[in-house]
Every structure is written in C-alpha cells, then in structure tokens.
Design a protein around this ligand. Structure first.
Ligand SMILES: *Cc1c(COP(=O)(O)O)cnc(C)c1O
Length: 220
C-alpha cells in the first residue's frame, strides 16, 4: 500500500476528534511530501538535527511535534520550530524551555511524559513527581509554558491486557492532574498515547492524539 492509502486506512479507524501525528523520523522529504499531499499536516520527529533540516526544506504550514527525549542543550534549537513538545519529564527541562520561549517571545505547548511501561529504559515522570512539579510555585510562574496534557508509551509486548492496563493508568493520571491543576483550563486536553501496534487500544482508553510511524511510512 502507498503512504496515502495507509493514511486513509488509519484515519478511517480514528474517531474524528483524535489527532494523528505522522511520525516521520528517519523518513525522506519525498515520503513526507507524499503524506502532505494526502492532507497530513502534523508530523513527529525525535532528533533535533533531523527536525531542523526537514523544517528548513519542507512547507511552512507543517506543524512539527518533538516526540523524542529532549536534552536541555538542544532546547534552543527546538523551541522556535515546534507546535508541541511531547516529552517533558523534569523541572529542569521545563525551566529551560520556558527560558528559551521567553527569549523568543513564544508560548510553548508541552505534554508531561509519564513512565507507564514495565520496561526500565523508558523516560518519564511518576504521578508523584508530576504533582511536585505542578505544585511548585516556580512552575506556576512560568508564563511561557502552556500545559496541553500528558504523553506515554506502553510496554513493547504482545500482551494486550498489559497494554490496556498501562493506557488506563495514563488515562487516570490525566484525569487526576486535570482535576487537581487544570479543572478550569480547557487547553489541558490532550492524552497522547498509541503507536502503530497499539493505537486501537489507546483510542479505546481515551487517547486524543496517536503517534504513528511505521504503519504509515513502512518499517524503519
Ligand atoms: C517512533 C515513535 C513512535 C512511532 O512508532 P511506530 O511504531 O513506528 O508507529 C511514536 N512515539 C514515539 C515517542 C516514537 O519515538
């Protein structure tokens, strides 16, 4: 199937309100343009250098999301180029983003990343750490950060029950943070979860934003 057929096939399975981030990491400009021609405008990248090149060369109405682990020394390059940063998992990173956003006179939208998987290696906050972060007066004073919601990755496994539990857990985390810190803020509304192999389970658990790469562009 072609990229545009893959996109159609996936969109048909998504409720209208669920946003599709086409994860284009490692893929060529030509492949991205094929998705663009099929109407796709939201793309996800996880390497700063690669994002910078693609941003330069591709149409300016593309909305880029940074979905990888962002190092603080790369914040400066990323902030001016993206409409959403998915992987914020520490106060220090958040603070660096706010500082850079302030310099650029921008408000930067972010998602808090949670560790929901059984695997050790993945990044992300615990609920306790996130509550600490959000209750911190210094966080509240960050005028150039816009909290849009939460993000997480399930365990890489064929055990659907485990994946379902992990997505339910992230959904509960979202609901709790919403209630405690953002009950009057409609902008805190995104639950970014679901990839090629598990997006149907994520949508069933309340995902508002799926990040799909290989099912659109082929394996990497
Ligand atoms: C690569 C990546 C994806 C997409 O993975 P696929 O299995 O190719 O759909 C989604 N989210 C993050 C954070 C990624 O790094």
């Amino acid at each position: 199937m072609t990229i545009s057929e893959n996109l159609k096939f996936i969109r048909r399975q998504l409720p209208d309100k669920v946003k599709l981030v086409a994860v284009s990491k490692t893929k060529s400009n030509d492949q991205i343009m094929e998705a663009y021609s099929a109407g796709q405008r939201l793309f996800g990248e996880n390497k700063v250098q690669e994002l910078m090149g693609k941003w330069q060369e591709l149409p300016k109405d593309i909305q880029w999301h940074f979905i990888g682990h962002l190092q603080r020394n790369k914040v400066k390059q990323v902030v001016p180029l993206v409409s959403l940063i998915h992987g914020v998992d520490s106060f220090k990173l958040l603070s660096a983003i706010n500082q850079e956003a302030t310099k650029n006179n921008l408000v930067v939208a972010v998602l808090l990343e949670f560790h929901i998987a059984a695997e050790e290696s993945k990044f992300g906050l615990t609920l306790g750490k996130a509550e600490e972060l959000l209750a911190n007066p210094e966080t509240k004073a960050m005028k150039n950060i816009l909290f849009k919601g939460v993000m997480g990755m399930a365990t890489f496994t064929s055990d659907e029950e485990l994946i379902r539990q992990e997505f339910d857990q992230l959904s509960l985390i979202f609901a709790r943070l919403k209630q405690l810190y953002f009950s009057a803020d409609d902008r805190f509304c995104e639950l970014s979860m679901g990839m090629s192999d598990d997006f149907q389970l994520a949508v069933a658990a309340g995902s508002t934003m799926v990040r799909i790469g290989s099912s659109i562009f082929g394996s990497r």
